[in-house]
Design a protein around this ligand. Sequence first.
Ligand code: 26W
Length: 812
Amino acid sequence: MNKKVFKKKFLDLLTEKFAISVEDASLFEIYTTLGTLVRSSYAKDWRRTWNTYDQCQQKQLYYFSIEFLPGRMMKSNLLNMGWLDTVQEALADLGINLDDVLAQEPDMALGNGGLGRLASCFMDSIASEGLPGNGNGIRYKYGLFKQKFIDGYQVELPNEWLARGNLWEVRRESKAVDVCFNGHVYLKKQADGSLEPIHENPTIVRAVPYDTGMVGFRNGTVNTLRLWDAEIPLSEESYYRSIEQRRAIQDLTSVLYPDDSNEEGRRLRLMQEYFFVSAGVQSILRHFKAKQKDFHNLDEFVAIHINDTHPALCVAEFMRLLLDEEKMSWERAWNVTVKVMSYTNHTIMAEALEKWPVDMLQSVQPRIYQIIEEIDRRFIEEMTGVVDWEVIQRTRIISDNLVHMAHLAIIGSHSTNGVAKLHSDLLKNVVLHDFYRLYPDRFNNKTNGIAERRWLQLANPALSQVLDQTIGDSWRYDANDLHLLMNFREDEAVLKQLQVAKQANKHRLTEFVLKETGLKINETAIFDVQIKRLHAYKRQLLNLLHILTLYFEIKEEGKTDIQPRVFIFGAKAAPSYHYAKSIIKVLNEVATMIRHDPAVSDKLSIVFLEDYSVSLAEVIIPAADVSEQISLASKEASGTSNMKLMLNGAVTIATLDGANIEIRDAVGEENIVIFGLTESQVYDYYEQANYHSYTYYESSPKLKRVVDSFIDGTIPNIYQEGVEIFDSLLKYNDEFFVLRDYEAYIQAQRQIAADYQQQDKWLRMSLVNIANAGRFSADDTVMKYAEDIWQIEKTNPKRRQAEDKKYVPYTL
Ligand code: 26W
């Protein structure tokens, strides 16, 4: 595939599709033509990949996640196919800027934050490692809401991402399955005395799969992301006459629930969870059945991964099909189910652990509830006499009229892992300690990783070029080779090149901010970045206390030697999360106050960018100098923005929480700035219940001045929100120890300013962070999952070589 061939094919297809010449074509028509070309080119490999798995009878992984956050796919597909540079140049020859074409693609934002993005990073890595893995999720018509700031307040707008179609998906009508809800089930005695469950007058929904190719990096592997949509079953057309009934079916997959840490407990959410689980499991067993294999060793061919508790019904649905359809005995069905299933926990926040009311689950899917009841009864029976009754009470699946989904996932699978060392230890020693005692071998850690192709090669071509010139391009194939950069930490020329690349990215972001907001930011200032969902435990409020401290030091203490800083925020709050929305309002009001105050605006500025997304992160992260990872220790399971910012040369200011600890281990104390309570100090406070935020407010005039500014009118237009925050810190005793960590944080920020002023030192710190970021590659993470949990293998190299010999890289 070369420029000449590409241009010919592209212009021919443009004519064929739109009967126009490139001069008259709109950017969207050019985008659609390019996408069609790309998709048709990897289609052959997509089919061959699937056939290879089939012919090799390979064990396959099915990664069940209610969220996927791929962002845009065009540039990633072009990179992984090895077309990016050629297409960029060819289009430039035709007077087209590839970036303008790429901007035509809507973000596929079918997720809230960390969990969804991790699933998409994993999809990219599983394909790039040549592992037989598929994604299974929901094709929401509306993605995560679009965020607008009206008068500083977050306003949510519908995100109709499919409005102009989606050229990456293939509708697979023939692979549709029916999913049953509601109705009631009774057990009918059969002639042979067995009891046959009869599901009477169920609501039947047709689940139609839409498949999207997951293109591996330069290896010819194209795996499948299957997203399910709900439709009215053809046969039932007549039955669902009323608009309401028809709407209810369509509503099933219409919208992504925008909460990422607080279970709303809505019936529709539970139906969504069962919908994509049942559709996915049915299609897996249908495929397996077609291969006439023996169901008893299903686990040799199928691995199902449960991404947090949202797909935990996989355990019961798998049992339902093995029992009711395949007539397997309970014991044998259970045995194979546990071997097939594995579960990842992504949060210890109590309010995020799903517990569904018994009567709700019973009415949504009566047969599934029956099976869960039996799983629970047998669990209790098995544990009775083995462990104390209290332990059984605490670990059983159904208690206080609630179905504890994490308990079902742990009892029903052979592996439960956390997403960073500290998090996995907290699961074993605190949150899931009872289960750890019952099943010690099931618990393990798999520290998160990121798709370094997207977060470096795609997002940061300037730095990628410096790396190619300095250490060669092997890092593009194995991110661990980034470590070769360590040999250049004393090399002035290389440090200078890193500085130039960072400055170019800061300039790019400055231009973007100007275009999007009209704000002119000082691109020589420190770009201090906090990008993640708005949540009290992530402590965007602590970041704001530092900004206000600098503000008053300038305004009221006449301090002048303040290192200019631009504080960049990206954050959506769940629409029902009132406190988080108040923090957004106050952040925006302080931003306005500073911008309009010439005494400080040359030194300080806050840029709160609207509608944070994967694509926006790709512009912000390469421009970051400082990475804010300041959650209260023990609360952030892992974090992944911390890894992305490190990879792009930002220096991290962090608490010893989640994966920040492993980042510190990777770069060394001198290349990161750590502060604040440790997880054990936090737990000591919980034990002794002796934290009184007031004492910190009273003991520090600086802190008192800052906290008082929330209610004393210093900050305009925040009366209600100011009081809410003031009370949360004092009256309600500051749940996330913001005042307790304030002093240490301010000191740490002083350290950052001092280090930044010594640019050679700073650049060396930046280099060491880039060089050691390879260990957080999702390629390595998924390989550990594959070896330890899923027992899946890359398509055997011998077969692969044979295939490769015949295989011609992505031709046109
Ligand atoms: C029921 C509502 C709900 C929805 C989503 C509860 C919890 C979630 C997710 C589990 C929240 C989430 O995204 N957790 C984040 O997962 C990342 C990937 O492992 C971690 O890096 C983050 O630390 C964790 O907060």
